[in-house]
Design a protein around this ligand. Structure first.
Ligand code: PLP
Length: 424
C-alpha cells in the first residue's frame, strides 16, 4: 500500500511510529470517489479534510488554474500591488457575506485566517484606544487550526497543551450561554477582544449549536462590544447550505474566517471577511494606521482563479444550498445507530456533517474500538474520520442518498466488528 517501506513524509496529527510503515496513498479522485495506489476505490465520506465540496477531479477547475498559470502564476499583493482574480474574488465574497461593508483579507488556509482575525481584533481595539481588550474567548471542543492563536484558543485541550502560554483568554461551554456570560463578567468585557465561534463545531466532534446559542452570543457581543468572529472554515461554501454557514442563525459577524470549500481544496486559500466597522480605522485617510500583517501568498492569483472556478460550479450546480437540502437525509441514514449500546450519541442534522460517538462502555471494553470501526469501514471501501470518541462524516456536497446509504452500511460493519456481542 505504501510507495516506500519507511516514509520520510511527516504526517500532521499522526502516530509516525505506526504510520511510517503504513501509509494510505491516495493517487486519484473523481467526484465522491478516490483510489489508492493499489487501485482500491473508496467513497470519500469526509470530503478529504472537510474541503472537497464540489468533489474531486473537476477538469474545469484544473483548466482555470492552467489558464491563470499561463498568464501569470502570482504576484505580490503587498502595498499597492494587486491582480484581477484577487480583486474579483474579494468582490464576489463580500457580496455574499453576512457582514456589512465587508473587505476581504486573503491568506493560504484556515489557520492563518484565524491568526489574522485574532491579530486584527486586538489591533482594532488598540486603534480605538482600548488596548486592554486583548482576551480571546473560544468554545470547548472548538477547533481553530494550529497556528499561534489557533493553538492558544483551541477548545480541544490536547491541541493546546505542551506549547506554552501563547495568548490569554478563556474557553467557554459550547452549548451554554450562561457560561459565556459568566466568562465575560469574570474577565470584564472591557478586557475581551473577541469570541471565536464555529457555526457548527467540526473537528472537535460535530456539535450543532443549541437553539438560541449563536443568536445569544451575537447579542452578548452587541451589548458588550466584544467582536463576534465566525470561524466558517468548515461551515462555509454550502456545507451548511449557505455561503458562510452563519446566515442560518440570521446574525451578522464582525469577521468571518474561511478556507477549505472556497477552492474545494484544488489550491490552498483562506482569508477573513472583515466588516466595514472593523476595517474602517485602517481604510480612512491616506497616512492612517497600517495593519502590518500578511503572508507572501496573500491574494495568490492562481489560487484565486481556482476559487472562481470552484464557486462557478457551486453556484451553477445549486451546491450552495445542498448542505441544507440534504442534511436530514444524511442524518436519517445514521440516526438509528443511536439505539445501539455501542453508541452513545449521533450528532448532526445541521448541514452535511455528522458524527457517531461510541459509548464509554465500548471504549472501556476495547480501547481500540474506534480504530476498528474506521479500519473496517475503510476495508469496506468507505473513508470515515476518527474524531474524539466517534467517527465523523462530511461527504462532498454532490453526495446523494445512495452514498449516505453506503456510508451507513460501512459504519454498521465497523460497529459490529468493534462491539462485543453484549454491546450490540
Ligand atoms: N478553523 C476551523 C473551524 C477548522 O476546521 C480548521 C481546519 O480544519 C481551521 C480553522 C484550520 O484550517 P487549516 O487547516 O487550513 O489551517
Amino acid at each position: 500500500m505504501s510507495v516506500t517501506d519507511d516514509t520520510r513524509l511527516w504526517h500532521p496529527f499522526a502516530d509516525m511510529g505506526a504510520v511510517r510503515h503504513a501509509e494510505l496513498v491516495i493517487e486519484r479522485g473523481e467526484d465522491v470517489w478516490v483510489w489508492d495506489t493499489d487501485g482500491k476505490r473508496y467513497l470519500d465520506a469526509t470530503a478529504s479534510l472537510w474541503y472537497a465540496n464540489v468533489g474531486h477531479g473537476r477538469k474545469e477547475i484544473a483548466d482555470a488554474i492552467a489558464a491563470q498559470l499561463a498568464k501569470i502564476e502570482a504576484y505580490s499583493a503587498f502595498g499597492d500591488f494587486a491582480n484581477p482574480p484577487a480583486i474579483r474574488l474579494a468582490e464576489r465574497l463580500a457580496e455574499h457575506a453576512p457582514a456589512s461593508g465587508a473587505r476581504v483579507f486573503f491568506g493560504s488556509g484556515g489557520g492563518d485566517a484565524v491568526d489574522t482575525a485574532a491579530k486584527l481584533a486586538r489591533r482594532y481595539w488598540v486603534e480605538l484606544g482600548q488596548p486592554d481588550r486583548a482576551a480571546l474567548l473560544s468554545r470547548h471542543a472548538g477547533y481553530h487550526g494550529t497556528h499561534g492563536f489557533g493553538t492558544a484558543i483551541a477548545g480541544i485541550p490536547a491541541n493546546r497543551e505542551g506549547f506554552g502560554d501563547i495568548a490569554h483568554g478563556a474557553r467557554v461551554a459550547h452549548d451554554d450561554l450562561d457560561d459565556v456570560r459568566a466568562a465575560i463578567e469574570r474577565i470584564g468585557p472591557e478586557r475581551v477582544a473577541a469570541i471565536f465561534v464555529e457555526p457548527v463545531i467540526g473537528a472537535g466532534g460535530v456539535y450543532p449549536p443549541p437553539e438560541g446559542y449563536i443568536e445569544g452570543v451575537a447579542e452578548l457581543c452587541a451589548q458588550t462590544g466584544i467582536l463576534f468572529i465566525a470561524d466558517s472554515v468548515i461551515c462555509g461554501f454550502g456545507r451548511l447550505g449557505t455561503w458562510f454557514g452563519i446566515e442560518r442563525w440570521g446574525v451578522e459577524a464582525d469577521m468571518i474566517t474561511f478556507a477549505k470549500g472556497v477552492t474545494s481544496g484544488y489550491l490552498p486559500l483562506g482569508g477573513v471577511i472583515v466588516s466595514g466597522q472593523i476595517s474602517e480605522p485602517f481604510w480612512g485617510e491616506a497616512g492612517g494606521p497600517v495593519f502590518r500583517h500578511g503572508a507572501t501568498y496573500a491574494g495568490h492569483a492562481t489560487c484565486c482563479a481556482a476559487a472562481h472556478a470552484n464557486l462557478d460550479i457551486l453556484e451553477r450546480e445549486g451546491l450552495i444550498t445542498r448542505g441544507q437540502e440534504n442534511e436530514q437525509a444524511m442524518f436519517d441514514a445514521i440516526a438509528p445507530f443511536a439505539d445501539l449500546d455501542a453508541v452513545s450519541e449521533v450528532r448532526g442534522g445541521v448541514g452535511m456533517m455528522a458524527a457517531v460517538e461510541l459509548s464509554d462502555e465500548l471504549i472501556a471494553a476495547d480501547p481500540k474500538a474506534l480504530s476498528t470501526v474506521v479500519m473496517t469501514a475503510r476495508e469496506a471501501g468507505v473513508l470515515i474520520r476518527p474524531l474524539a470518541k466517534g467517527v465523523a462524516i462530511s461527504p462532498p456536497l454532490t453526495a446523494t442518498e445512495e452514498h449516505f446509504g453506503l456510508i451507513a452500511q460501512a459504519i454498521e460493519q465497523g460497529l459490529s466488528a468493534a462491539a462485543p456481542a453484549a454491546l450490540r
